[in-house]
Design a protein around this ligand. Structure first.
Ligand code: SF4
Length: 444
């Protein structure tokens, strides 16, 4: 993969880079004679007191800049991408791959299969380790890129090979030993596909993963057990069975009994069930204390509990007993959280003058009966909200949108939907933003 100059997207105000005169659109070619491959190299090369930077400006002209700074001082630059030499793509063929379960005809980037250890280290995306070259393994070791987030799915070689459709997939236990012997760590995930890696295979996998959870620096920090997600666009001939309510009940019982053993042995659950299991099984979510320090929050493990906890804390501080100007909003979420969020809506509606209408939608787009908020698409929102009285605006959890963008998973944008429904949309990224919007919007 050839390395491209690192294209600057933002120069942070009052930073070293702003003082020197860097501008968005400039690109860094080399730092102290080395071309950074990615953000990891960039951060490593910048950890120096003297930098000589080769920069290409927007006119294509090359400049050489010299910078003296404290070695741990950042330059204040953001880049268009974290990878300056392109994405390391996946070489597996998992039948449950979400990328293959999308409709055809969307923009190319939606079909890119990322299996890149750098994105795993930087942003916590999961990778399988099947495509790493010797050079990449060495880099992980030398730069101590830890923790990584690994899709294990099964530790028995034949089961994992069947799932990933890759003969290299069977080496996972040796790879876990590799991490352990170097004091490097991972978070693991197991996507449960009924009939393939459930039952005794799931138990074997969790016991094997827990055998790497020892010492002060356990190689396996945590494991998330996630139900396979299927959409109506999946290929007809796949071998997958959707997770039924009965299956969810079975997996919850199985994993909870394994967790009880792990609690005795390690003083930790080690493995956690994603919230979706409880929603599918129509069981209550575990209490807040169950999630310890929420090690798998990015994987939907405990995210509902954490949201409710944050809501209670923030509401206590921020919610007044009344507001001067009456306001009326629609709060749109996936139907998976409808029940859990009712008490929060009641609390908001207890503020005199504030009226919040929770609209909990299922995804017609993906064809899912139970839909988590993050999977709702623009089309789902349009279909679900058309013709309804939406009040003064729509509160939209921004986890439905691509990071840092206003695009939904189906490529529609918030602006397009807002125009079609003729109502303002307010993306909210946190409880605080949600409450702020409820209280301040309309103040003029
Ligand atoms: S490893 Fe991930 S991206 Fe690759 S095929 Fe499997 S699910 Fe898809």
């Amino acid at each position: 993969m050839s390395i491209q100059p690192a294209l600057i997207s933002k120069v942070i105000a009052n930073s070293i880079a702003a003082e020197i005169g860097f501008e968005p659109g400039d690109a860094i070619v080399a730092i102290n004679g080395n071309q950074p491959r990615d953000l990891i190299d960039y951060q490593f090369l910048c950890a120096d007191e003297y930098l000589e930077i080769e920069v290409l400006d927007t006119q294509g002209k090359t400049h050489y800049l010299e910078i003296e700074k404290d070695y741990d001082e950042g330059l204040g630059l953001e880049f268009e991408t974290a990878l300056f030499d392109g994405l390391i793509q996946c070489n597996n063929h998992c039948p449950f791959c979400f990328i293959d379960q999308q409709p055809p005809g969307k923009r190319d980037s939606l079909y890119l299969k990322d299996d890149d250890y750098r994105l795993s280290f930087l942003y916590g995306s999961y990778l399988t380790l099947t495509n790493l070259t010797q050079k990449e393994w060495q880099r992980i070791e030398q730069m101590r890129l830890s923790p990584l987030f690994v899709s294990v799915h099964a530790t028995e070689p034949n089961v994992r090979t069947q799932l990933l459709k890759n003969t290299r997939a069977g080496q996972i236990k040796e790879q876990l030993q590799w991490f352990e012997s170097r004091n490097l760590q991972i978070h693991a995930q197991v996507v449960v596909c009924p009939g393939i890696n459930d039952g005794i295979h799931l138990e074997r996998t969790l016991l094997d993963l827990a055998s790497f959870h020892k010492g002060d620096l356990p190689a396996v920090i945590s494991a998330a057990v996630v139900p396979v997600g299927l959409t109506r666009f999946r290929p007809q001939e796949d071998e997958l069975i959707p997770v039924s309510k009965e299956k969810a009940v079975e997996v919850i019982e199985q994993v909870q009994s394994i967790q009880a053993k792990f609690q005795q042995q390690f003083g930790s659950n080690v493995a956690w069930l994603a919230d979706e299991w409880f929603l599918i099984a129509e069981h209550d979510l575990p209490p807040e204390s169950h999630y310890e320090d929420y090690p798998q929050i990015g994987n939907g493990v405990g995210s509902i509990r954490l949201f409710i906890k944050e809501f209670q804390q923030t509401a206590k501080k921020m919610l007044p007993s009344y507001i001067e100007t009456p306001r009326n909003f629609t709060w749109v979420v996936g139907n998976a959280v409808a029940k859990a969020f009712q008490p929060l809506v009641a609390q908001l509606n207890a503020v005199e003058g504030l009226s919040i209408n929770l609209v909990a939608l299922r995804s017609e787009y993906w064809g899912q009966d139970i839909t988590v908020t993050g999977l709702l698409t623009g089309q789902d929102i349009l279909a679900g909200l058309s013709g309804k009285d939406l009040g003064d605006g729509v509160l939209l959890p921004s986890l439905m949108l691509k990071h840092g963008d206003t695009r939904f998973l189906d490529d529609l944008t918030v602006e397009e939907i807002s125009k079609q429904l003729n109502i303002p949309f307010f993306p909210v990224a946190s409880v605080e933003e949600l409450i702020n919007n409820c209280l301040r919007i309309g103040n003029g």
